[in-house]
Design a protein around this ligand. Sequence first.
Ligand code: GAP
Length: 460
Amino acid sequence: MSKNSKINMEKLVNHCKNMGIIFPGSEIYGGLANSWDYGPIGCELKLNVKNAWWKKFVWESENSQGIDSAILMNPKVWEASGHLASFTDPLMDCKECKTRHRADKLIEEFTKNQVNADKMSNKEMETFILTNNIPCPKCGKCNFTPIRQFNLMFETNRGVTKESANTIYLRPETAQGEFVNFINVQRSLRLKVPFGIGQIGKAFRNEITPGNFTFRTIEFEQMEHQWFCKKGTDEKYYDFYKQYSMEFLTSLGLPKEKLRFKDHDKLAHYAKNACDVQYEFMMGWDEINGIHNRTDFDLSRHQQFSGKNLEYLDQVTGEKYIPYIIEASYGLDRIILALLDNAFEIEILEDGSEREVLHFKPSIAPIKVAVLPLIKKLHGDVAKKIYNELKSKFRAIYDDTGSIGKRYRREDAIGTPFCITIDDETINQNTVTIRDRDSMKQEKVKVDDIFNYLNNKFQG
Ligand code: GAP
């Protein structure tokens, strides 16, 4: 068996569509740029990653709690956070074909990431684009408008009139819901600093740059953990959460050698320290999560704008202070893309045929086990019985259509780690064969031992 190197993003996008993993958003209406829908297999995969994150960051991370805050918030939140004033992208329009582009991305793509536009001012970016004659990706001409800063927040209206007083925003990050609930969570659960708040939820950004598949979308899910700690301990926890992030990502099955830290060249005004974890996607290294030392900026600003006291009172020392925040922020969709990118292979088998396979780690595989009667007429009833017993314990499916070989291929293509085949021996000797997705080897297992056999594999 050898691996096929013909894999590219287009192949992965098609595979995801054909296998019910991810579909283009609103496809029957011609789609909506930068939006995607997760199908039955994709949403199982997402659920597994969310559960793994929740376990690691809410259950197992010391002194941490989870919340689920509202997407729509009082617009003053976005004044306090700085998003209204400065959550912007530098955009230019092509005067020839009227398409809109991010100036920093034009430069980075043109120079193949050899030039970091993050460090440049708008004027410097305009000059660089002009002097290097960087072409419009659509029409190839270099005739752009000057850069304008474009706010990434989606606006909507509360109430029946469209007056500006009624404008509210779809949250561009879940973090602010955690910050504004700092005192509620601390007091209601009588928590002592340091403690953490985690949440998983949708975020929205008016991204105009076409993403590589789900890499950059207008609606995405974040998994964010905020660690509230005393100034002076912040750098220790920043280092801790860097390592913790790496542990989490490798625990999902992402290989260590395809992950690296990348310090931010230009720190946000509130940040004391910040880095990304990058993954080596098929299109190159790029960010999948960020770790930020946000200092006391967020809580101080919310205290200032809300007029509410957000200081923590240390009951032992009597000291009052605004905690520092260490944030570990994950894009769920980017992790899913990294997992798909890492797992997808087209293998050439010994007989020359090709098999498309997703080599997910068993514990995050969307479907854990498929129950397949060899011949429906003869083995279907027994197979159904076994499936009915398994389905409340593992995400299982039953499939009796097509040849057994084709059914194995279908399961390989969605990454099901184990297929249980029911045949005459099941009826006569009470045994099944369990096929391993990666080695394609089969093992005989007693019907009564199926649960333990699978359970051991998932623990491992
Ligand atoms: N609260 C901090 C924050 O939101 P960020 O670096 O802007 O920081 C965090 O976003 C993570 O969210 C990123 O590392 C990325 O994984 C994900 N993300 C951001 N914008 C995204 C987009 N347009 N599409 C998909 N994921 C996105």
